[in-house]
Design a protein around this ligand. Structure first.
Ligand code: BG6
Length: 487
């Protein structure tokens, strides 16, 4: 049977993440049969809710899914609410009793999943209480799920990790990076290691540069307080962008599994070229959007400091100090209030050394071979090639090979959180961020952040609806290159 057995305890059960992502994902796992009779969920938060009210919240969170009411009720009946102050020992004792009771009632075999879906400053307290009040079970599995941000620099990440490690082993800790749950991000290893024609060229001899763009159209929305204490570098580069980069650049693991992938990702992340302060100023660009007649500027947004120097945009050139990638720049960029919402990866190959068609006509140019991995909103890839024009004579032209996943199939496939929860139930952490990856990523980012903290930016410096400040384009033109995606 595909049924998984577990008790979920969600800290932050009244929160936005739980409602928007976790409850719908759990429901999808339920209706697909991964969760059946042997599961229960304890939602905890400070508010004094009743189980009845909690069930209404669960049902509300599923309203968009267009499903049978009876099934929703049956699903919601597995949910229990416990008002909980994470610093109060007494509450953990109550939690333990409730957990044991539900374990007996639903036959949960001691399997526990703790989801920390709340402010990260409480993670340490929760983890240590789970240990001191003996809430972890000796018989089944115990797994803990951590949302980002995992620290705000290496030092705080290490402190958090030490706190978690006092209760959980590394193989019990699942650090979520929801980009690792996206279809086309999961496709990167398939494309690389499933195609000799790509893997044979996947190095500095044949690749000129790689570009990673995570573009957002919206501003900071309701997360201003968090964002103005983070900025784009910490919010997107340290995690999502460096994770994508590691999948694109890691060596081939012996097997495609958690240990293999983790070990290779760590190696490449530890090989990122560490910049000196001088190098930061020439290789990393930060930006902050201004105002227009119709769009509020970053500094005018609600709950943002009016003189904030936080970056809502970052672009950078990342180099990798190893044999395979020697001399190949990885240009990355991400920001809020850009032209459009999309994520894409452009792998730009080197040109053939000679063009034997030019003696026929000066117009016979060779196209640059570019492999574009479209992550979102479309999911698929394009390969730009040179071909011959139809007809008499010999004229070259660029041609494009295009593959796109079927939109309906994609819409019917599990959303990132559902996939990741399913992986956790299976005990598979391949698509999660292991500690040594987090550590290496922060060490790389810290140098940049430190330089920025010590130097005042001239903000605002880009217009909403653009692709960021001019300096982000100059980063490439300086190297005689340009962004494949231009506005
Ligand atoms: C989150 C960031 O990790 O990713 C947000 O904190 C950002 O600032 C979001 O908007 C983007 O995710 P997605 O899936 O919409 O591309």
């Amino acid at each position: 049977s595909k049924e998984k057995i577990a008790l979920f305890t969600i800290f932050g059960g009244t929160g936005d993440l739980a409602r928007r992502k976790l409850y719908p994902s759990l429901f999808n796992l339920y209706r697909k049969g991964y969760l059946q009779d042997h599961f229960a969920v304890i939602g905890t938060a400070r508010r004094p809710w009743t189980d009845e009210h909690y069930h209404e919240v669960i049902a509300d969170s599923l309203a968009d899914l267009d499903v049978d009411d009876a099934l929703v009720q049956k699903f919601a009946s597995h949910f229990y609410y416990q008002s909980h102050d994470v610093t109060d020992v007494q509450h953990y004792i109550t939690l333990k009793k409730l957990s044991q009771k539900l374990d007996d009632q639903y036959g949960l075999q001691g399997n526990r999943i703790f989801y920390l879906a709340m402010a990260p400053n409480f993670f340490g307290t929760i983890a240590s209480h789970l240990r001191s009040e003996n809430i972890l079970t000796p018989n089944g599995f115990n797994r803990v799920i951590i949302e980002k941000p995992f620290g705000r620099d290496y030092a705080t990440a290490k402190e958090l990790n030490d706190q978690l490690s006092a209760t959980f082993n590394e193989n019990q800790i699942y650090r979520i990076d929801h980009y690792l749950g996206k279809e086309m991000i999961q496709n990167i290893p398939a494309m690389r290691f499933g195609n000799q024609i790509l893997e044979a060229l996947w190095n500095h001899d044949y690749i000129d540069n790689v570009q990673i763009t995570l573009s957002e159209k919206l501003g900071v929305e309701e997360r201003a307080v968090y964002y103005d204490n983070s900025g784009a570098l910490r919010d997107m580069v340290q995690n999502h962008i460096l994770q994508i980069l590691s999948l694109l650049t890691m060596e081939q693991p012996a097997n495609f599994d958690e240990d293999g992938v983790n070990a290779e990702k760590v190696k490449v992340l530890e090989s990122l070229h560490q910049y000196t302060s001088d190098e930061v100023s020439t290789n990393f660009v930060r930006g902050q959007y201004g105002a227009t007649d119709t769009v509020t500027g970053y500094r005018q947004e609600d709950k943002i400091e009016p003189d904030s120097t936080m970056d809502s945009f970052v672009a950078g050139k990342i180099m990798i100090d190893n044999e395979r990638w020697s001399g190949v720049p990885f240009y990355v960029r991400t920001g809020k209030r850009l032209k459009d919402k999309f994520t894409r990866i452009d792998v730009v190959f080197k040109q053939p050394l000679t063009n034997i068609f030019q003696n026929l006509s000066a117009e016979n140019q060779l196209a640059t071979n570019v492999l574009t991995i479209n992550v979102e909103p479309e999911a698929g890839f394009d390969l730009q090639m040179t071909g011959k024009q139809v007809g008499q004579g010999f004229a070259t032209m660029p041609v494009n090979l295009h593959y796109q996943h079927d939109a309906q199939e994609l819409a019917d496939s599990p959303e990132a959180y559902e996939r990741l929860l399913h992986d956790i139930l299976n005990g598979d952490a391949t698509n999660f961020t292991h500690w040594h990856q987090v550590a290496a990523s922060w060490k790389f980012v810290d140098v940049i952040q430190k330089y920025w903290d010590e130097h005042q930016p001239e903000f605002p410096n880009y217009a909403p609806g653009s692709m960021g400040p001019q300096a982000a384009d100059d980063l490439l033109t300086r190297d005689d290159r340009q962004w494949v995606y231009k506005d």
